[in-house]
Design a protein around this ligand. Structure first.
Ligand code: AMP
Length: 481
């Protein structure tokens, strides 16, 4: 099947051809015609499946079909994304595919000045791609008018929920007319996503290209068991001996990302870190250098890496396993993009066995274990609670997806879950010391780390969300006064 049968106009087909795409990916085949028809869509699609073109191409087609007169600050299409990087990438895709069309678009996110964004919207734009926090700030200042909105896209909706954007999204929805087309894209189809979808979508067409909660099949996954203290050495060796030229490496913490970057550089491997404490400029620069093959390794935390789109990324390394099994799927989704094959390597130490177990359960398949003789773990080393950051008690606020006055979102919500885990781990640690290095029983192990985080996280987030909503209301009231 070629793109010509999908109902796209000549300008779009020309732009697609220039990209070298010969045939639509499964999600594009399914989504493009129904989006053009104006239907609501609920799509379960992982990154790397071509989902961005799956919604941007038909949206551009629809824009070209009518020419309504737009009022001041009115927009026609809104795409909400969880991160700045993803917003920028969606905007880039729109620019690429729409290069032979007449339309205007802009990207709105926190961490940069709000006034130029307000001025751009005032001048009139067709498409806005935004993160929820900053958009809500702008909407609160009456800087944008949603009354003429034709299509709303929620991209990576699962991650927006993970990051605590649900209240912002709900507030934004209330400002929009009921009559509009809504498209919801999510890597996983959790209960929460289905709930959100049922409130937002009307008779949606269900588009599902991969089985629920499974990893993309063209990615080869392997686990190397290794002692924690020897992970860096093993990583350097893998990079050097296998001559990996472009590797995305995940660490659990920002501090860990910085430390590893420094160590790799010292070992003669060019590397840069990308995480929530880095300025937007530094992140963009690191990403550009990585894409241009000027640096070999990009070390990232989960939130910072979300939405990074690098064509044909060959290697992803889990230097540390994520606390949340879903993040494993998101991480390795960075490789094996749109039909390309990729390799995902996880370096797993004894502390992380439970996390690995949870991941394998989540993806419903065991991951191949390959022993590297020289790095065979020392069996006398006992599992220790996982440290998820320095000191544990992180301050709230300052998440990477908001400008100035930030409350939820960004790496903070993730830190909250980590802190929830830390407290538990600390308690367990104390017990352990009291018991004189007693090995954890099966039951204790089951309750440790990830499962504790997993089961408590929602409860914690709900509590914090309630508190944030109260704060939001107080702030709004103060603002009104
Ligand atoms: P996405 O899942 O939207 O992040 O897209 C993943 C990658 O696939 C991007 O780098 C796109 O440029 C690429 N891509 C999208 N559609 C196609 C296609 N039909 N054929 C080949 N590559 C594609």
């Amino acid at each position: 099947m070629s793109f010509t049968n999908l109902g796209l106009n000549e300008s779009l087909l020309k732009a697609v051809k220039e990209q070298g795409y010969t045939s639509p990916t499964p999600i594009q085949k399914q989504a493009i015609p129904v989006v053009i028809e104006g239907k609501d869509v609920l799509a379960a699609a992982q990154t790397g499946t071509g989902k961005t073109a799956g919604f941007t191409l038909p949206l551009l087609e629809r824009l070209s079909e009518t020419h309504p007169k737009m009022g001041n600050k009115q927009i026609r299409v809104l795409v909400l994304t969880p991160t700045r990087e993803l917003a920028a990438q969606v905007a880039e895709s729109i620019k690429t595919y729409g290069k032979y069309m007449k339309y205007s678009s802009t990207v709105i996110f926190g961490g940069v000045g709000i006034h130029p964004q307000l001025a751009t919207i005032r001048k009139g734009v067709d498409i806005v791609i935004a993160t929820p926090g900053r958009l809500l700030d702008i909407a609160g200042q009456k800087g944008i008018d949603f009354s003429a909105i034709e299509t709303l896209v929620l991209d990576e909706a699962d991650r927006m929920l993970d990051m605590g954007f649900i209240h912002d999204i709900k507030k934004l929805m209330k400002m929009m007319p009921k009559e509009k087309q809504t498209l919801l894209f999510s890597a996983t189809f959790s209960k929460e996503i289905k709930q959100l979808a049922s409130g937002l979508l009307k008779d949606p067409v269900l588009v599902e290209v991969a089985r629920e909660n499974t990893t993309a099949e063209q990615i080869s996954q392997v686990v190397h068991y290794v002692d924690k203290s020897r992970k860096r050495e093993l990583l350097s060796q893998l990079i050097k001996t296998k001559d990996w030229r472009q590797v995305l490496v995940f660490t659990r913490t920002k501090h860990g990302a910085n430390k590893l970057t420094k160590q790799l550089e010292e070992a003669g491997i060019s590397a840069a870190a990308i995480h929530g404490n880095k300025s937007q400029g530094a992140r963009t620069k690191a990403l550009a250098a990585f894409k241009a093959n000027e640096i070999r390794v990009l070390v990232a935390t989960d939130i910072a890496a979300r939405g990074i789109d690098i064509d044909q990324l060959p290697h992803v390394v889990n230097y540390e396993l994520p606390n949340v099994p879903e993040d494993y799927v998101h991480r390795i989704g960075r490789t094996g993009r749109a039909g390309m094959s990729g390799e995902a390597v996880s370096l797993v130490c004894v502390d992380e066995h439970k996390l690995l177990f949870d991941i394998e359960k989540f993806i419903k398949s065991p991951i191949k274990k390959v022993e590297i003789e020289a790095f065979r773990p020392d069996p006398s080393i006992q599992a220790e609670p996982i440290q998820n950051g320095r000191g544990g008690g992180q301050k709230r606020g300052g998440g990477q997806n908001r400008g100035g006055n930030q409350k939820r979102g960004g790496e903070n919500s993730r830190n909250r879950s980590r802190n929830a885990g830390n407290k538990q781990e600390k308690k367990k640690d104390d017990t352990k010391q009291g018991d004189g290095q007693k090995k954890m029983s099966r039951k204790e192990q089951k309750n440790s780390n990830a499962s504790v985080i997993g089961s408590r996280i929602q409860e914690k987030l709900d509590k914090l969300d309630k508190r944030d909503t109260k704060n939001d209301t107080q702030n709004n009231n103060r603002r009104k006064r």
